[in-house]
Structure formats: C-alpha cells, structure tokens
Design a protein around this ligand. Structure first.
Ligand code: G1P
Length: 288
C-alpha cells in the first residue's frame, strides 16, 4: 500500500530556543533561507507523500500562512517582475495538501501523533519530527518507506549515538537482520548510559502501521505526565514486529541552539551562491 500521508508534530513550546521562540514558532526559525519545518515537508513530498497533517498549538498560526497561497505577495512579485521569487512562493503553497490539527495540551509526542488518528484513518503513515534535517539521497523518509514496503511493519530511523545521546534520544535493543535493517526487541526513552541497550538511537523519522494509534491509547503517561511515542512503539512490538533502519546520509539535530547553528553553517556551505564567500569568511576568523 502506498504511503500517502504524513503527520508532522509541531506543537511544542520550543523552550530550548528562547528568547527566539517567545512569539514565533520554533518550526518557523530559518535555516539558511527556509523555515525549519519546510525541510521536513520537502523531504516528505520527495518521498511520495501527498497529504500532510501538521499538529500545532496556540500561537503557531504562522505555519498555516507559510504553506498557504499568498495572493497579495504573488501579485506584488509579478508586478515587480521578480519571477524567481514568485515561482518559489507558489511552489511552497503547492507542495502538498495541508491540514492543521490543534493539540490543546502539551501531553507529549505520542499524544501529538494520536491527534492525527482521524486524519490518517486505517492506512500506514509517516511521521517526521521537524527538529531533524536529513540530507540524504534518496531522502531519508523514502529509504524508510522502502523498508516498510519490504517488511510490512513499523520502521523507525536509527543512528549511532554517544553517551550524551543516550540521554537525548530513545534507545533500541536491535537484532540485526540485514546490513541496515534491525528487528527491534526492546526500547527505552532517554534511558541514560547505564540503562541503554545499545548505541543505537531513534531519530525523527517513522513509518507507522495504523495499529500505533491503539498502542498510544494504551500507553501510560511518564513521570512528567507525557505520553511518549517510544513507550507506545514498545507496546506495539508486543503484538507485531517493529524494524529499525540505519539510514544513509547526514542528519542535523536542530533541536537545540548549537545543532541549529551547525546546520545553518554546513547547509549554507553547500549552497553554490554562498559557498565560496562563506568559506573565506570562516577562514578569516582567527579561531584558536
Ligand atoms: C523525540 C523522541 C525520542 C527521539 C527524538 C529524536 O524526543 O521522544 O525518542 O529519539 O525525538 O529527535 P524529543 O527530541 O522530542 O525530546
């Protein structure tokens, strides 16, 4: 079955980015010249996704405007003959079908994904966490969708993490079944180095069997009162296989300020119009 739909949870407060996120959504902060969330949306579209539900919360309406048509701006750009910008602005609003669903309370990532249940229905679907930018060819989500199509079960993207990473990411207990595919035997949300099953962390791309919704509903909240998607997947793997996939490519963790800055610098270096001048600027800094 073709994976047509994606859910993008974007309801968090973005506290790690304060003060930048006091009045604007974290997902709208710009990496080079595109808002963070646009990277996930473009990756989804390049992976064959046709329809996207963004899970939002109060104060996040800018995201709706960004992916909507903007007749006044388009008219202005057309009048000024700025046709490249016009084309780009139109392209953004035609990327996919969008639907915006409010999560009324910050009850965790699992709960945010559950908000997409009516929209998704009974089909497998993708979830993309916009904090992660993947620079991969084929796109990271496409790689995961191919694994879902072959193994017909929920797939999560994995990457190697260091000790610090065991406090930042969900960690899996993997059983290798091919070079890059693992069957997941157990998992834990941010267990820390002592309790980590392995050095394999969960990054922000998933392809879910629709049974994940029933599993989320059975998941107890953690000590913070949040329903974690990792705990829900752990319940799911009691009744059906769940796979992990070691992706090929590069990932930027834009979930904190330093990762965001790193992504901005490296992605700008990859852009032909900035590459040369930015390299020269970086060399000119007398970094000791
Ligand atoms: C979430 C997930 C975690 C995963 C991480 C990937 O955590 O709960 O399992 O490893 O995304 O970025 P968050 O970053 O929302 O705290």
């Amino acid at each position: 079955m073709k994976i047509r739909k994606a859910v993008i949870p974007a309801a968090g407060f973005g506290t790690r980015f304060l003060p930048a996120t006091k009045a604007q959504p974290k997902e709208m902060l710009s990496v080079v010249d595109k808002p963070l969330i646009q990277y996930s949306v473009e990756e989804a579209v390049q992976s064959g996704i046709e329809s996207i539900a963004v899970i939002t919360s109060r104060g996040k309406a800018l995201m709706e405007d960004h992916f909507d048509g903007s007749p006044e701006l388009e008219q202005f750009l057309e009048g000024k003959g700025k046709l490249d910008f016009l084309e780009e602005v139109r392209r953004i609003s035609n990327l996919a079908e969008f639907c915006f669903i409010r999560q009324k309370k910050a009850l965790g990532l699992g709960h945010a994904i559950l908000m997409g249940e009516d929209y998704v229905g009974q089909e497998p679907f993708a979830a993309l966490l916009p904090d992660d930018i993947f620079d991969c060819s084929p796109p990271c989500l496409k790689q995961l969708i191919d694994v879902y199509t072959e193994f017909k079960g929920t797939v999560i993207v994995l990457g190697r993490v260091n000790e610090e990473g065991t406090k930042k990411y969900g960690i899996v207990k993997p059983k290798q079944i091919s070079e890059k595919v693992f069957q997941i035997e157990d998992m834990a949300e941010k267990p820390g180095p002592e309790k980590a099953f392995s050095d394999m962390g969960i990054f922000g791309r998933y392809v879910f069997h629709p049974d994940i919704f029933a599993a989320i509903k059975r998941t107890a909240p953690d000590q913070k009162g949040e329903i974690q998607i990792t705990d829900a997947i752990k319940l799911l793997l009691e009744t059906q296989p769940v796979y992990g996939y070691l992706f090929e490519g590069k990932r930027y963790d834009c979930g904190d300020k330093l990762g965001f800055i790193e992504a901005t610098v490296e992605l700008a270096l990859k852009r032909p119009e900035f590459s040369q001048a930015l390299q020269e600027f970086l060399k000119s800094l007398s970094i000791k």
